[in-house]
Ligand binder design. Structure first.
Ligand code: NAD
Ligand code: TYD
Length: 367
């Protein structure tokens, strides 16, 4: 079905208080051409969820009734059903997940609950809610599932992940995301649920929780702390600015074929240690800290167990078939990101103090 037949009236965004989700909500409301509907952000606010990231959006678009926040768990079926009914949801963009590999190594259970059971719950509620009187599922609805390139496993020195690369997840995080991808595609094939799926490479940009490489390193540089590099520092990731990811998701929602997967990537591979050196130069210049002093804080630490060596995405399909392309260079994206962390000390302070987790209780009460 061609996407211009889709309604996009009431979009349920799960995990909209997290890094990519909150940037996507901003993108949809402020930059996406042709969207004038409502956004319902459903988020349970784990340590990674921060509704303060959207306080200005809530004030502005909440008042005009285009943005709604719902505090709850995607694993809670009754709650998810009530949200579909209350807002007449016709579109789901599913970001909510436990997303950090190191945490999945320390405690995999939450990853299985949210990433596998939570995705199952959303898919199943969508299937039931979007069933028409004749038993068929309405095809003007859409479930877009957000996933990662990590489901494909680890590359050697050469080669790229394509949409045809067999799944080979190697961490509890990537295994849980792989399970959720299979469920999403199974719901498309078995029940005819209109599903699109994207597997994206490492994102970076504003509002990223400082446990991931780039924000962790920026904050440690600003605070004069050690810069922990896992193993030999030569693991490779393909980096994409978060807004380019969001534009790709919006492109797939509009033009992607139901039942299809699209790889999204930066075509921008960096060894961790080389990336760190570029970041040091940018932080040094912008924050006025001596670069050699920052460099002296690089500390090689014990490697992450099962650390995937290299990720690299072949994203020629989305470019060729849907006309998407990256627009932000790595240098430019890193500069924006460092500027953002420098300009938002209160966001950082709120995370450090845990204040962001009390905000919800004051504003919405307990569920
Ligand atoms: P994040 O950890 O910053 O945010 C996740 C959000 O989901 C948080 O707001 C959290 O409160 C919410 N959440 C977690 N469990 C929930 C539950 N049970 N019910 C409702 N809400 C819940 O993650 P992110 O980096 O923004 O990633 C978003 C999505 O993108 C994930 O699905 C992730 O796998 C995928 N992804 C991330 C990257 C990346 O580089 N960050 C790359 C590719 C794909
Ligand atoms: P991360 O941001 O955790 O993303 P992912 O594991 O999902 O790719 O890590 C990116 C790379 O940086 C990965 O190779 C692990 C490495 N890394 C460090 O060397 N030190 C750190 O403190 C962190 C958080 C990551």
């Amino acid at each position: 079905m061609s996407r211009n037949m889709r309604a996009f009236k009431n979009i349920l965004i799960t995990g909209g208080a997290g890094f990519i989700g909150c940037n996507f909500i901003r993108f949809l409301l402020e930059k996406a051409d042709g969207f004038s509907g409502r956004i319902i952000n459903l988020d349970v606010l784990t340590y990674a969820g921060n509704s303060m990231s959207l306080a200005d959006i809530e004030a502005h678009y909440g008042a005009s009734r285009r943005y709604f926040f719902e505090h709850g768990d995607i694993c809670d079926r009754a709650f998810v059903e009530s949200i579909f009914k209350k807002y007449d949801i016709d579109t789901v963009v599913h970001f909510a997940a436990e997303s950090h590999v190191d945490r999945s190594i320390l405690g995999p259970e939450a990853f299985i609950k949210t990433n596998v059971m939570g995705t199952f719950t959303l898919l199943d509620v969508a299937r039931n809610t979007w069933k028409a009187a004749d038993g068929n599922i309405r095809q003007d609805a859409l479930f877009h599932h957000i996933s990662t390139d990590e489901v494909y496993g680890s590359l050697g020195d050469t080669g790229f992940f394509t949409e045809a690369t067999p799944y080979d997840p190697r961490s509890p995080y990537s295994a849980s995301k792989a399970s959720s991808d299979h469920l999403a595609m199974a719901y498309s094939h078995t029940y005819g649920l209109p599903v699109t799926l994207s597997n994206c490479s490492n994102n970076y940009g504003p509002y990223q929780f400082p446990e991931k490489l780039i924000p962790l390193m920026i904050l440690n540089m600003l605070e004069g702390k050690a810069l922990p590099v896992y193993g030999d520092g030569k693991n490779i990731r393909d980096w994409l600015y978060v807004e380019d990811h969001n534009a790709a998701v919006w492109t797939i929602m509009q033009k992607g074929a139901s039942g299809k997967t699209y790889n999204i990537g930066g075509e921008n591979e960096w060894e961790n240690i080389k990336l760190l050196n570029v970041l040091i130069d940018i932080v040094s210049k912008k924050a006025g800290i001596d670069a050699d002093k920052i460099r002296g804080a690089i500390t090689y630490v014990k490697d992450r167990p099962g650390h995937d060596r290299r990720y690299a995405i072949d994203c020629s399909k989305i470019k060729r078939e849907l006309g998407w392309k990256q627009t932000v260079s790595f240098e430019e994206g890193l500069e924006h990101t460092v500027d953002w962390y420098l300009a938002n000390p209160s966001w950082i302070e709120n995370i450090r103090s845990g204040e962001y987790q009390h905000w919800i209780k004051r504003n919405y009460g307990e569920r």
